[in-house]
Design a protein around this ligand. Structure first.
Ligand code: GLC
Length: 750
């Protein structure tokens, strides 16, 4: 054993020595030399070991002898969600110092929106429309995670989500492929940096490849039926961008796509991802999704499932053991070539070399957690992710001179819940709740607190009286409602989207007092909020905000900062409108205000065709409650004077679009200027609007700026089901601060 390892170290040393003095060896070439030299030393069992990821069920030392032996025999390539840094070190020590070849482990973890410092849930980070900020959150998460020995995260998730019934919308960046793509790129950059071997970098994972968010009925894990045009123009887009950003790994999904499960799908993985796009990283299955091939009815037994997964191009098996149990047999029976195994192992070892694990697989533990900088970024993320949906009677921002403020609701003081779903390493002790932050800001003596309901699902109204009295004895009422984090996320979809429990009744009871009332909804999913708009003056949508929820809300509520977040997903008026999203096709019977005769206005014996034959609902029309890209500010922005550098372009030209944006209100604030296009006629019908650019603009009261965007031919391409095309014809282009932007110009592509 010692001989072999010395042999490996010797070879690595030779490679490094030789390469160091001749600059013609690129980093990639050195990595390739190392990986190939290692591969030649490996037995088939050791190769298959690298493709095997295990869950360590026990976190307390000493390591279970079963796992100890597996790692020592080189039968484990990665461990997942090991929650004790001490255990991580021990597992790495065994792999690196006791196994025959000393190949370190990939230590994978769901570091989804923070590690110890918890940022808003991802749908909230998307609402910032601020990729630079999202990158900062990923950088901090990577630094904190790596310091405790984690070197790989299963993020960013980039599933396009058009259905708010889907509980995992909380992890997504919403309904738009461009916004999702920009957030995905920023997240990969943040996690990976520009050198994976840096002690502040961890390998990222683009997931869940592909189309998982199109689950029929919004029911998690359900069937997805996606035509090639939608697959290419919507669902694959963020993944292609992540691959171009050199994401280290891709996670295949749980969903069956057009009859073929994505974790056994040759077309999407081997053909598109690895061949067409030239993806060089590795593909990891989702949790036992290789085993699920049997459950789907796509594989008849574990041998068949392992065969289908490896042939599809899944390189690592997350926790089903199907690879470790079957791959050797598949080779011995000549059913699969050993080259498939070598390719998978090469990909996995390449990431391990790039991470610098052969030089040092151990935690750096130099990085501090929960630094002041991390908490500042976390607070900024809360401020820029919380969407102001209504502000009647200018009740906001609140004055600090309010003598008494009532703080009511089951989420007002819920430090664990406000962290949101997918939090393994955050501690509720570090959370600053809205109650604590408001008491800190105003002085506890000026705050009347009453939860009103014990938890979001409580039906017991015994706490109502105390809450109503707290409100009655106050000048202004702040309601913090929403969901426990467990009501969002994986496997947690819902058919009805009203707030759970007796929250509706509590909001109604408080609204009867006629006090200035602000409702903050803290959740990870979209609720039907139309009924509340009549009952409260102001409404904030505060996606589970993480560690600094309270301080971020205080700055918004009391006007230290103006809201600037925008909706990354359409808010329906009722579940019956779902799916409803802004970038829809026009249909041959597009609805309009004129065409919709409201159901209760329809005269008796109305003539069959008297109601207009357009695509709307008799009872709920066709408009959402709030559109994609919408969000209020404490000031107002006016967009004017849109100009194009040309009105006719060829498919070689770029196009510059400018517009004036003016702050016509009384406070300094940021807006998110958004640019949309519409391709009026195509060889397949094109969406009525498509977001193509956005940028944040900060303006003082009265200040005016020119906002400038550049479009390239690449932005006008689409896949017509056969190939990528760019077609001549007329385009509309809008600039504004929501998908209802009306400032429009036109250009022609010749
Ligand atoms: C889960 C999720 C995936 C996660 C993985 C590891 O089932 O689908 O997003 O990264 O398993 O926890």
């Amino acid at each position: 054993m010692r001989k072999t390892k010395l042999h490996i170290i010797f070879i690595f040393g030779i490679i490094m020595a030789f390469a160091c003095d001749s600059s013609k060896f690129s980093k990639e070439m050195i990595t390739e030399l190392k990986v190939d030299s290692l591969l030649q030393e490996m037995t088939i069992e050791e190769k298959i070991g690298q493709m095997n990821q295990l869950m360590n069920f026990v976190d307390s030392m000493p390591l279970d002898p079963y796992f100890y032996d597996l790692i020592k025999q080189g039968k484990v390539g990665s461990a997942i969600n090991v929650f004790s840094p001490e255990m991580i070190q021990e597992m790495q020590r065994i792999a690196f110092e006791e196994s025959r070849l000393g190949i370190p482990l990939l230590i994978g973890r769901d570091v989804i929106h923070g590690y110890r410092t918890i940022f808003p849930v991802n749908i909230g980070l998307a609402a910032t429309f601020n990729p630079e900020l999202v990158m900062e959150t990923a950088q901090i998460a990577a630094m904190e995670a790596r310091s405790e020995g984690v070197n790989w995260t299963f993020a960013p998730m980039m599933d396009i989500s058009r259905d708010p019934r889907w509980g995992r919308m909380v992890e997504s960046s919403g309904e738009d492929p461009y916004l999702t793509e920009q957030i995905a790129i920023a997240s990969v950059r943040g996690f990976q940096g520009n050198d994976l071997s840096n002690k502040n970098s961890i390998a990222a994972t683009a997931k869940h490849y592909v189309g998982y968010g199109a689950a029929i009925g919004g029911r998690d894990y359900n069937t997805t039926l996606i035509p090639e045009t939608e697959l290419r123009n919507i669902y694959l887009k963020p993944f292609k961008a992540a691959v171009q950003e050199n994401v280290a790994s891709i996670m295949s999904g749980f969903n069956e796509l057009n009859g073929v499960p994505t974790s056994g799908n040759v077309y999407t993985i081997r053909n598109i991802l690895k061949s067409e796009w030239g993806f060089k990283g590795f593909v990891v299955s989702d949790w036992a999704s290789i085993k699920n091939l049997q459950v789907h009815g796509y594989a008849k037994d574990s041998l068949d499932a392992a065969q289908k997964a490896i042939q599809a191009g899944v390189d690592m098996d997350m926790c089903s053991n199907y690879y470790s149990e079957n791959l050797k047999q598949l080779i011995e029976q000549g059913i699969i070539e050993e080259e498939l195994i070598d390719d998978a192992v090469r990909r996995i070892l390449t990431v391990k070399v790039e991470l610098g694990l052969f030089e040092n697989p151990y935690a750096t533990s130099e990085n501090e957690l929960l630094t002041e900088k991390a908490l500042d970024v976390a607070k900024k993320a809360v401020i820029q992710s919380t969407v102001l949906l209504q502000n009647k009677n200018d009740v906001l921002p609140l004055s600090k001179n309010n003598k008494k403020v009532a703080v009511i609701g089951p989420l007002a003081n819920a430090p664990y819940e406000q962290m949101g779903t997918w939090v393994f390493d955050g501690n509720e002790e570090n959370s600053v709740t809205p109650l604590a932050a408001i008491q800190e800001y105003l002085g506890a003596d000026r705050v009347n607190y009453a939860p009103g309901l014990e938890i979001s699902r409580s039906l017991d109204k015994k706490g109502f009286n105390k809450a109503i009295n707290a409100a009655r004895n106050s000048d202004v009422v702040l309601l913090f409602m929403g969901d426990e984090s467990i009501l969002t996320g994986e496997a947690h979809s819902r058919a009805m989207l009203t707030l759970p429990g007796s929250q509706n009744e509590l909001i109604h009871a408080i609204s009867q007092l006629g006090k200035p009332t602000v409702l903050v909804i803290m959740t990870g999913v979209i609720h039907m909020v139309e009924p509340y708009l009549k009952e409260v003056d102001a409404l904030f949508y505060g996606w589970h905000p993480g560690t600094m929820g309270g301080p971020g809300y205080v700055d918004l509520l009391f006007g230290l900062e103006s809201p600037s977040a925008k909706l990354p997903m359409t808010f329906p008026r009722t579940e019956g409108q779902i799916p409803i999203y802004y970038n829809h096709n026009r249909t041959g019977h597009p609805p309009s205000d004129e065409s919709w005769v409201k159901m209760y206005d329809i005269p008796v014996k109305a003539w069959q065709t008297s109601l207009g034959n357009t695509s709307h609902y008799l009872d709920f029309g066709f408009e959402p409650l709030f559109e994609f890209g919408f969000g209020l500010s404490y000031t107002e922005f006016n967009y004017s004077d849109i100009k194009l550098s040309k009105n006719v372009i060829s498919n070689k030209d770029s196009l510059i679009i400018t517009a004036k944006i003016k702050n016509i209100g009384g406070v300094q604030a940021e807006d998110v200027a958004q640019l949309y296009i519409r391709d009026l006629v195509g060889s397949i019908v094109r969406p009525v609007k498509e977001l193509k650019r956005f940028k944040r603009v900060r303006l003082n009261p009265g200040e005016e700026k020119i906002v400038e965007f550049t479009l390239y031919p690449e932005d006008l391409k689409f896949h017509n089901g056969e190939q990528w095309v760019i077609e001549s014809g007329e385009f509309h282009v809008w600039v504004g601060n929501s998908s209802k932007a009306s400032l429009r110009s036109e250009f022609e592509l010749k």
